[in-house]
Every structure is written in structure tokens, then in C-alpha cells.
Design a protein around this ligand. Structure first.
Ligand code: FMN
Length: 351
């Protein structure tokens, strides 16, 4: 039995966000102390076969932390100590926001999923930007940029620009989040004109590398439109996917009725399908996100065309060893199938 199996029942006896806050507080305490060194010793898998280059970043391994876990950039270094190869912090908005009323995060235990309707709660671009600039993290840090709730869609480009300029110094890559399902009208930003205005404004401001994160709920023609834009504007990558408002018929947990975005195991097939759809249509790296819990899950996304993967819900259900377990498992899978490295396996299932 590993340590997380002992702690998990205690954490799971608390409301989901309370447990998250408690874990975060523990991580903040451990960051920068000998505990972090001990964690690194235990969880870092250092192997050349795992290295990946994507959107101008040298990633020590393909397993990253998805946006939303460290919204305020408080523990990126500690997350790197858990063996993750990159960390995406945020979503960050220009103004500080408190988000929706609690409870707003729900475990779907039987399904190994989460439904959340956090509503982009965060400390705001000024605070997060300063924190990031002062942080020392030895893996690339991405910043997830989102629209401030009260800002009208027409004013969104300037709102994103403000946030970008505040976090530019401390971020290694930047992600335009137009796919959060928990803010009114937010996903309308995924229409071609809105996206183009935001992306070109950020490019003018110097945002690079610049990626866009899409919703799994976009119909195929809208995804194709978005990907045309990625190609036309020369963006550096696509993240697929955010959470879904859909509820697969297989869900068993009573919390499936909660409003919000679903993540975790139940969205894995859909997210992987979207990774493949995107990878078939763009030449830039795809970041595969959604329901990655195991090495097999990660491998499936890599073979479907993802250059790297990210996870959030898997960390909640599997605990701090998840990056190590996936990286070690990937090495076994590469060996089994005769690949020399992760980079060799990327897109192996594409025609
Ligand atoms: C509580 C919570 C908060 C999230 N916040 C954000 C966010 O601020 N920005 C974003 O782009 N994605 C956010 N996400 C989505 C994740 O980054 C990821 O795309 C999604 O959860 C699917 O991955 P998973 O199945 O590994 O969790 C959030 C997810 C959860 C569970």
C-alpha cells in the first residue's frame, strides 16, 4: 500500500475543494524545503527516452500538470518535484475573481471523474504575474489566460493582452483558454472572429509560444475553423481538451447531475478522439488532456498524435506518484513496442 492510499480516504471524506485546499497548503509548506528534494528523489524519472521538444520547450518528460490545479502559480516548483515535465498554471484573468459560490467542485467517485463549476476563481494577473516572476522552477511553466468575467466579448482582446503582459516575464508558454464551460458566454469566444481578434492581439503583444485550448463540445466544423486559424496565424500548439458539459450515459455517481464541466476517466475516449482529429489537421504539437490516469492512457494519446499530455483529475484519484508511474510505464510500453523514445511513438496510430 502506498502512502496516498492511506491519506486518500481522509481527503475524500472532505468536500472536494476543502481537500484540494488542504493539499495545496501542504504543497506550499513543502516547496523549497528538503521535503521537495526528497520528493524529487522519489518521483523524478530521469531518462533521455522521455525527453520531448514541443513549442520551443525542452520538456524532460511528456507528463504535465493541466490548468486549474495551480490557478495562482503557488506551487509550480513543488509540482516539478513530483516528476512532472511541465506545469500549466492559471486560468488567470486580468482582474482578481472569486468565482462561483461553493460548493463548486464535486467528485464522481464511482466514475473517477470530477464535475467543477469553479468559474475561474484566481488572484488576478498582477498578483500571479509577480509570483511567477519570482518563482524558480526547473521545468517549463505555461500560463493559461482567460477572460475576466465582467468584460464584454468585444473587449476580450485587450483584457487578454493585459493579463499576458503581466505574466509574460514568468511564463515560458501561453495558452489562450476560450473553452471554460463555467463562465457565461465564455465558450462563444471559440467562434472564428472572436478567436482571431484575441490571438492576433496577443501575437502583436509578443506572446510566444502561443497555444489555444479547445473544448471537447465543439462540433467538428467549429474545430476545423479553429484549426484553420491555428494554421493561418502560425500558432505554436493546440491543447485538446478542456472539460465537457456532456454527461456520458455510463456515469453512475449521483454527482453527475451537478452543473459544470466533467473531467477524468469518463472523458478519456472523447479527448483522445479529439487529439487525433486535431493532430490530423495541424502540423504543430498537440497537448493531449482528458482522463489520463495511467501510462496506457498517456501512450494512447501520444500514439494518437499528442506530443505531450497533461492531467488534473488523475492526480486527485491516483495521488503524487502519478507522473512517476506514467513515465516508468511509458518506458516499458516503448520497449515493448520497439520505439527508441517517446518522440518516436508520437502519432504512431495516425495514417
Ligand atoms: C477543478 C478544475 C479546475 C479547472 N480549471 C481550469 C482552468 O482554469 N483553465 C483551463 O483551461 N482548464 C481548467 N480545467 C480543465 C483541466 O485543465 C483539464 O483540461 C480537464 O480537467 C481534463 O483533464 P483531466 O481529465 O486530466 O482532469 C480545470 C479542471 C478542474 C477539474
Amino acid at each position: 500500500m502506498n502512502a496516498y492510499q492511506l491519506v486518500k480516504p481522509l481527503l475524500f471524506s472532505l468536500p472536494a475543494e476543502t481537500a484540494h485546499d488542504a493539499v495545496h497548503a501542504g504543497m506550499r509548506t513543502a516547496q523549497g524545503t528538503p521535503i521537495a528534494d526528497a520528493l524529487r528523489e522519489r518521483y523524478l524519472v530521469d531518462d533521455d527516452r522521455l525527453r520531448v521538444e514541443a513549442f520551443g520547450q525542452q520538456l524532460p518528460n511528456p507528463v504535465g500538470v493541466a490548468a486549474g490545479f495551480d490557478k495562482n502559480a503557488q506551487v509550480p516548483s513543488l509540482l516539478a518535484s513530483l516528476g512532472f515535465g511541465h506545469v500549466e498554471v492559471g486560468g488567470v484573468t486580468a482582474d482578481q475573481q472569486s468565482g462561483n459560490a461553493r460548493p463548486r467542485m464535486f467528485r464522481l467517485r464511482e466514475d473517477e471523474g470530477i464535475v467543477n463549476r469553479m468559474g475561474l476563481n484566481n488572484h488576478g494577473a498582477d498578483v500571479v504575474g509577480e509570483r511567477l516572476a519570482a518563482a524558480s522552477v526547473n521545468v517549463p511553466v505555461g500560463v493559461n489566460l482567460a477572460k475576466t468575467e465582467h468584460v464584454a466579448i468585444d473587449d476580450a482582446p485587450e483584457d487578454y493582452r493585459y493579463t499576458y503582459e503581466r505574466v509574460a516575464e514568468g511564463g515560458d508558454f501561453f495558452v489562450v483558454n476560450v473553452s471554460c464551460p463555467n463562465s457565461e458566454g465564455f465558450r462563444d469566444l471559440q467562434n472564428r472572429d472572436s478567436m482571431e481578434a484575441i490571438l492576433t492581439t496577443l501575437q502583436d503583444a509578443g506572446a510566444s509560444p502561443l497555444l489555444v485550448k479547445l473544448s471537447p463540445d465543439l462540433p467538428d466544423p467549429a474545430v476545423e475553423d479553429a484549426l484553420d486559424l491555428v494554421n493561418e496565424l502560425g500558432l505554436d500548439g493546440v491543447i485538446a481538451t478542456n472539460t465537457t458539459t456532456d454527461r456520458p450515459a455510463t456515469l453512475r455517481s449521483h454527482n453527475r447531475a451537478e452543473e459544470g464541466g466533467l473531467s477524468g476517466k469518463p472523458i478519456e475516449p472523447r479527448a483522445t478522439k479529439m487529439v487525433r482529429f486535431v493532430a490530423e489537421r495541424v502540423d504543430v504539437p498537440v497537448v493531449g488532456v482528458g482522463g489520463v490516469f495511467t501510462a496506457e492512457d498517456a501512450y494512447r494519446k501520444l500514439r494518437a498524435g499528442a506530443h505531450v499530455i497533461q492531467l488534473y483529475t488523475g492526480l486527485v484519484y491516483r495521488g503524487p506518484a502519478i507522473a512517476r508511474d506514467i513515465n516508468e510505464g511509458l518506458l516499458d510500453l516503448l520497449e515493448r513496442d520497439g520505439f527508441d523514445s517517446v518522440e518516436d511513438a508520437i502519432g504512431a496510430d495516425l495514417d
